[in-house]
Design a protein around this ligand. Sequence first.
Ligand SMILES: C[S@@+](CC[C@H](N)C(=O)[O-])C[C@H]1O[C@@H](n2cnc3c(N)ncnc32)[C@H](O)[C@@H]1O
Length: 402
Amino acid sequence: MDPASLAQLLSPQGRALLAELPPYVAEESLRVSTRLRERGVDAGLVAAALTQSRLRERARAKFGERAGRMFFTVAGLEQATRQVVAAHHARRYAGAGSRLVADLGCGLGGDTIALSELGVAVLAVEADPVTAALAEANLRELPTASVRRGDALALDLAAEGVDAVFADPARRAGGRRIFDPTAYSPPLDAVLALRARVPALGVKVAPGVPYSALPPDARAQWVSVDGDVVEAGLWFGPLAAEGPGRSALVLAGGGAHVLTEADDAGAGRPDAPARAGEVRPVGAYLYEPDGAVIRAGLVARAAELLGAGLLSEDIAYLTGDTLVATRFATAYRVLDCFPFGLKPLRAYLRARDVGVVTIKKRGTAVEPEQLRRQLGLRGTRAATIVLTRVAGRQSVLVVEPA
Ligand SMILES: C[S@@+](CC[C@H](N)C(=O)[O-])C[C@H]1O[C@@H](n2cnc3c(N)ncnc32)[C@H](O)[C@@H]1O
């Protein structure tokens, strides 16, 4: 967004225009734009307001009804922490009694908002001028939050009276994802070093962060929301009340469920390799662990809780003979299991009049779309198949949701 459009959008005239726009409907936007321009509204402001209206609609998934009062950029919205997750971040600070949190690289303010809503004061720092101006607008109604434009690493934490830090370093540049933590902005090493000055440090990183990059004093928690892994949070000092180690936070069905390694199984080592599980023959049920459980290296732990075993070493499918209700995995009833082969699979599915097949896979190079074409099914029924290795052998499991 250029500075002129930004100023127009945040002016009383821009805010009034946004307030009078109808809910965003893509097919209507041309008509709305024409009507506003005919009324004499500046074309640049009309375009900026309609973009905001579109982004507010998209942002509902992350910010709920608050999105209708917020200002966004495409990149800022993509990177923003959804409120259901930010609320969990914020609870750690409130629980640790933090009085002033520095949100270093606050973006549009997703985490600052959640902290402020719990009554924690925040000094939010943002380097990008447009993002900082929008963050300021987003935080206007939250009196305990303030925004400072500048380099987060240049902030004098002691002089500001900061007693806790949160950082969500940018992991995108020029529209591309950055995988190397030393290339995050600010770099992960520099952020982690802050805990020598302020022990209450929290950092949001990519879910793919390697265990070897995790400091031994970190509580690393992978988070999924309705089945999608969204981040890993690294928590230190008083923010890691549970001590160092790895865990999974599964947010699903309106609830929060935490899975942690068993106490006697290297629980306190965030950089320890994932524990190997016991391999078992295919049982009556198949469990597909939640992505946060897999990323946290807790598949063997989930297996213990479910009274299940692994289908194959190094593959995150579990099997057992009893059905256990869990949020840490999706359960399927196993209807059949046989070695993989195109012809027998096609014959099996055709004999059962299958036309629509859902293909799940792990530990196999088979491409589901290509297989679907090769199967050439025309039946009237639906089926779910799982392609994986069973005791080292490429196999097919025919399953149904349990
Ligand atoms: C991933 S976003 C933060 C999103 C935020 N947690 C939210 O929920 O809205 C990272 C932000 O850090 C900012 N940033 C990157 N390097 C910075 C630095 N050295 N100082 C201040 N801000 C920085 C980027 O401009 C970007 O807006």
